[in-house]
Design a protein around this ligand. Structure first.
Ligand code: SF4
Length: 413
């Protein structure tokens, strides 16, 4: 490997890390250094690069320890056979960079992953060393997200959880056959085994903290994973079912969906074209429906055609249009779970409806104040002064509620 200075390494290793989407920092515990002790905080604002699902703007130093790898996963730019410039940081260099960036207010935390060097254990030791050094030597209280290596020793993965806010292990592909074909050196059972161990450790330490306040915190922001979309033949239905299983079995905080993007010097087994980015967006919406709107995976999938979600309308609207017999929903009487099924009403709007209707009967104007598109909501509700009558039976209802695509003008008149 040619001698590179820190700036050159950073250029290579930050670029190599951009393919990992699972770096949002929501859900961790609050820590700060306002008492004059330690350095960093999980809550501050810096130069922001990403928004966490809870709306907070976060900035992380997102890098790989190295982009060299002994594995040859077809979809990965860092695979052994890829013809890219390689670089490697030492653990001390990453610690130094994190601290100096933090002190300059460039970042609020660190997202650290790595290609596999020498062995899974050796790589994991290096990742843990960075986190240990930051926490123990420098009393760093900012956010740390560590990628863990599924084959690494259980004790090393446990240590990662002691120092990091969030840990993640990528399942990579939604199906076992996809993983076998595109990442033959990875073992789906080991990946799931590592997630199960992590869940066990998170639960144990949570229980211990209920009994002993001095018990250490363990991965307070939980574990997450990422699935690549569009690199294999898996349909949206397969991805949705897999995500639900992962949430249920390993109590994941998040599943991230990353649309496969063709990489330079790509392997011949990969598709030549990337899937539409909208597909990734629709999968995030379906994920939201399962986590916050009470939809079962089969209900979400029932809104699809041949296992693929529509790209032109969101899955909740697609479900409502397909199962019109459930509508209209009376906003003055319907239970929360039915209100949540109305296209255009989010969880906050539903909470506002439930709270205001205790005092008075709601009119269409009241609902209009709670949604960005009354046109989308109208066919699916009735209220004090509005009933859609035969609107839900209209054959062209889809065209009526579908968001219009507008060509934005650079110089509107
Ligand atoms: S193990 Fe990770 S870094 Fe190595 S080739 Fe596979 S996906 Fe890429």
């Amino acid at each position: 490997m040619a001698q590179l200075d820190t700036r050159q390494k950073l250029e290579i290793l930050a670029d190599a890390a951009k393919y990992d989407a699972s770096c949002a920092s929501s859900g961790t515990s609050k820590r700060n250094s306002l008492d004059g002790k330690g350095i960093g905080s999980t809550e501050g604002m810096g130069i922001c690069h990403a928004y966490a699902p809870d709306g907070r703007c976060i900035s992380l130093l997102k890098i790989l320890l190295t982009n060299s790898c002994i594995f040859d996963c077809h979809y990965c730019i860092n695979r052994k056979s890829s013809n890219v410039r390689r670089a490697r940081f030492t653990a001390e260099e990453v610690v130094h960079l994190t601290l100096s960036f933090y002190k300059r207010n460039y970042i609020e935390g660190l997202f650290l992953s790595s290609g596999i060097i020498r062995s899974s254990n050796y790589t994991m030791e290096q990742l843990v060393e960075v986190a240990r050094e930051l926490r123990e030597t420098h009393d760093f209280r900012g956010y740390i997200h560590l990628k863990t290596i599924p084959d690494a020793d259980e004790e090393l993965v446990r240590q990662a959880g002691l120092y990091a806010d969030r840990v993640s292990i990528n399942v990579e592909l939604p199906t076992v056959s996809g993983l076998k074909r595109l990442a033959p050196e990875k073992d789906g059972r080991r990946i799931e085994g590592a997630m199960a161990d992590m869940k066990g450790a998170i639960d144990d330490l949570k229980d211990a903290r209920k009994k002993y306040r001095s018990a250490p915190k363990f991965a307070p922001a939980g574990q997450s994973t990422q699935m690549i979309v569009g690199a294999d033949a898996a349909k949206d239905g397969d991805i949705i079912m897999r995500a639900r299983t992962l949430y249920d079995r390993f109590r994941l905080r998040r599943v991230y969906y990353s649309a496969f993007s063709p990489i330079p010097d790509a392997s011949a087994v990969l598709p030549l074209q990337r899937p539409p980015l909208m597909r990734e967006h629709r999968l995030y919406q379906s994920d939201w429906l399962m986590r916050f709107y009470g939809f079962t995976p089969s209900e979400v999938i029932s809104a699809s055609t041949d296992g693929m979600l529509p790209l032109d309308i969101d899955p909740k609207l697609a479900w409502a249009l397909k199962f019109r017999e459930n509508f209209p929903v009376d906003v003055n009487r319907a239970p929360r779970d039915m209100l949540l099924r109305v296209p255009g009403l989010g969880t906050k709007a539903v909470a506002a409806i439930l709270s205001s209707r205790r005092w008075r009967r709601l009119r269409l104007d009241d609902v209009a104040r709670l949604t960005v598109s009354l046109k989308k909501v109208q066919p699916f509700i009735c209220c004090e002064d509005w009933s859609p009558r035969t609107l839900t039976d209209k054959s062209d209802l889809t065209a009526w509620v579908k968001p219009k695509r507008e060509q934005l003008e650079l110089f509107p008149g």
